[in-house]
Design a protein around this ligand. Structure first.
Ligand SMILES: N[C@H](CCC[C@H](N)C(=O)O)C(=O)O
Length: 290
């Protein structure tokens, strides 16, 4: 907790419309609690953001920085694809590093980020994880539908409906559904039921994918804690990985999300990294009293 009141400098950023408050804790630690995170993320009483990113000095050899990710509910999470790109832009634009390739440690991942000549950032998101314990997902008693060497799982919803989900982890948990038309799918009704389903003890990000071709999808994601965001980087990775394993997609896919366009590449091997490329930009800077 901070010795109140404390003035905190912040940078507001966005990656394809997924927005962040970024704080620099490389010079002195920031002992922010969940209450301060919620205040920073609050769109009326604070700055407003889907997630809060805290940039810190590295604690692991070979890393340039570490950074922590908090949803706007104050919950710390494992991974954030759009946030990783904004982090890279943040440290590069402030001269905190002189290279366009940056290595950063998160709570359970080591990432390599590359700022490209066109200004977009390409993130090595590491390999996807398919063990249900990695999410966690409780599939006890469920009968999967096998599709090639992958499967989808029937999930009964509280409102009496049912959805067919592919489950995987990008370091954070994802449930991916294929739908005919993302713009007219009842995402506001289904998303929260999947997010908080009892079979996901740590809850889950719920992705809704419309396949336009083997190299092009539309995607909307109801994120864990934050609700539907304008884009979700790990959600884009999860949707493409699921689509490739289910035979719907090729190794490089463009993803249209409400906030912008992302590109995801995956060669398809269990140990192959997923690569996420997309925009990242600073919106404004400021100071807030917490
Ligand atoms: N809501 C996510 C974290 C943020 C992920 C998203 N903003 C991204 O770009 O990957 C979770 O609770 O796992």
């Amino acid at each position: 907790m901070l010795p109140s009141p404390t003035r905190v400098r912040f940078t507001k950023m966005q990656g394809a419309g997924n927005d962040f408050v970024v704080l620099d804790a490389t010079r002195e630690p920031l002992a922010l609690g969940a209450e301060e995170m919620r205040r920073l993320g609050d769109r009326r009483f604070g700055v407003g953001a889907d997630q809060i990113l805290i940039v810190e000095r590295p604690t692991t050899p070979g890393m340039d920085f570490s950074y922590r990710i908090f949803n706007n509910t104050g919950d710390e999470v494992e991974h954030c694809g759009n946030g990783a790109r904004c982090f890279a832009r943040y440290v590069r634009d402030r001269g905190m590093i002189g290279r366009d390739t940056i290595r950063v440690q998160t709570v359970n991942n080591a990432l390599e980020l590359h700022i490209q000549p066109d200004g977009r950032v390409r993130v090595d998101m590491n390999a996807p994880r398919f063990e249900h314990a990695d999410l966690p997902f409780d599939s006890a008693g469920l009968v999967p539908t096998r599709v090639g060497d992958f499967e989808t799982w029937p999930l009964a919803l509280a409102d009496g409906g049912s959805v067919d989900i592919a489950v995987l982890s990008m370091g954070n948990p994802h449930a991916v559904m294929r739908v005919a038309d993302v713009e007219h799918h009842p995402i506001a009704a289904i998303g929260p039921q999947v997010e908080r389903h009892a079979r996901f003890p740590r809850r889950v990000n719920a992705g809704f994918m419309q396949v336009l071709s083997r190299s092009h999808i539309r995607l909307r994601v109801h994120e864990r804690d934050a609700g539907e965001t304008l884009a979700c980087g790990t959600g884009a990775c999860a949707a493409v990985v699921a689509g490739i394993r289910l035979g719907w997609l090729g190794p490089k896919v463009d993803i249209d999300m409400h906030g912008g366009k992302l590109t995801v590449e995956w060669a398809g091997g269990a140990q192959d990294s997923v690569f996420l490329t997309g925009p990242a930009a600073t919106v404004f800077e400021g100071e807030i009293e917490l």
